[in-house]
Design a protein around this ligand. Sequence first.
Ligand SMILES: Cc1cc2nc3c(=O)[nH]c(=O)nc-3n(C[C@H](O)[C@H](O)[C@H](O)COP(=O)(O)OP(=O)(O)OC[C@H]3O[C@@H](n4cnc5c(N)ncnc54)[C@H](O)[C@@H]3O)c2cc1C
Length: 415
Amino acid sequence: MTQFKPVSELNRRSLLALTAASVSLAACGQNTAASQKHIAVIGGGIVGASIAYHLAKEGLKVTLLERNGLAQRASRGTFAWINATWAKQPRDYHALNQAGLTGWKKLQTELGIPVKWGGSLEWFPAAARQVRLAEQIEEQVQWGEPAEMLSREAVAALEPNVEFGDTDQVAFSPNDGAVDPVMATKKMVEAALKLGATLKTNCDVESAEETSGGRVTLNTSSGPVVVDKYVLATGADPSATQTLAGIDIPQRTTPGVIVVTRPHAPLIERIIVAPGVHIHQRADGRIVLGEQAGAPDTTAHTERLRDRPNRFPAQVFADQHAAQLLSIAEQFVPGIVSTEVEDVFIGWRPLPLDGHPVLGLSPDNQNAYLAIMHSGVSLAPIVGQVAAKEIASGLSAPEIDNYRPGRAFDKVRRY
Ligand SMILES: Cc1cc2nc3c(=O)[nH]c(=O)nc-3n(C[C@H](O)[C@H](O)[C@H](O)COP(=O)(O)OP(=O)(O)OC[C@H]3O[C@@H](n4cnc5c(N)ncnc54)[C@H](O)[C@@H]3O)c2cc1C
């Protein structure tokens, strides 16, 4: 059984060294045995796509199995802010996110995925919270981030179309970016296919059974698929790890409404993390709004949300929600008033109880590798690299030991 081992402080350099090591191993031809392995990746969201791509790069035979289409769950209903900001705690998890950002720069060059860099601007209405934010930014600086608190004059010069309310100071995290998550997922899958991977969509994986020689038969809605190992990048669906790997990962999945507008002339360059709403504008002009209020805690709502719908029960409710979110956003970006809504989607966060990723072989099933996480957009590149390296080499990377599936989920973190 995989043991939870606390590791000494992780830094970005050790993760980068780890991923560089995978390249040199492959270059030395030491992956011959690994290249004969057939790995299924279950789940065609951004995490599964990155793992499939990196496994294919390692020279493994890869089959990506997706119940619906690519990026139709959390990886569509996401705000897609790529960040390693103050909320990423503690230090080792922060470093993992920093490595995620570095990974996006690499993917941007390697696959031509457009990432809009430029940073984020964040502030709170309450004075006491602003003091705490300034302290958190100091900690960021100690952790290697070029973050700083800027005056309202300075941020007004950066973002002339944004109203910053009464605040005197705004936190600027210049390393942050944002991506179109559906496009990014598709680009990674396309690249995996070019490297020889196979994709099966509308393919529900229903069960997994061990066959002779330690191989596994995945029984799917399109017939059996025989593999050596399989990755569960199945997102917020808790039954997937129970049914397919015999492990219960405690999650407190929460919904969030994402509104995407039609393309609009340039209004904002940076990610605006304003009270009650997160806003960014993609390179194609579409503005993305992320709701911060969360669902009301009523019995009626709990009942409506039981099956984790991605759509409102009627268009009128979707329209009302979008109008409400736009009116909050308009306080900060008045020009948004002239935008038209294109899509309203309810995303469900894959959220392990302690807020950290679940990464590695199931303690009860050494054929099943789990990759379930929040901040999966920020983390997708580094998680893809590290998971592929572990699966290809059969070795385990101590840098991600804090995130193993067998750990005690004894803390609860909110998002
Ligand atoms: C509202 C919201 C805002 C967010 N904002 C951010 C943010 O700003 N930055 C950030 O980094 N992260 C953010 N996240 C989190 C991030 O979006 C997720 O962590 C990430 O999308 C998870 O990707 P995934 O591939 O693991 O899951 P998903 O995209 O949900 O993909 C899982 C896939 O597995 C498939 N599947 C499940 N079971 C089976 C089966 N048995 N057979 C076949 N297929 C199966 C599903 O159909 C699905 O397509 C946000 C999430 C939400 C909901």
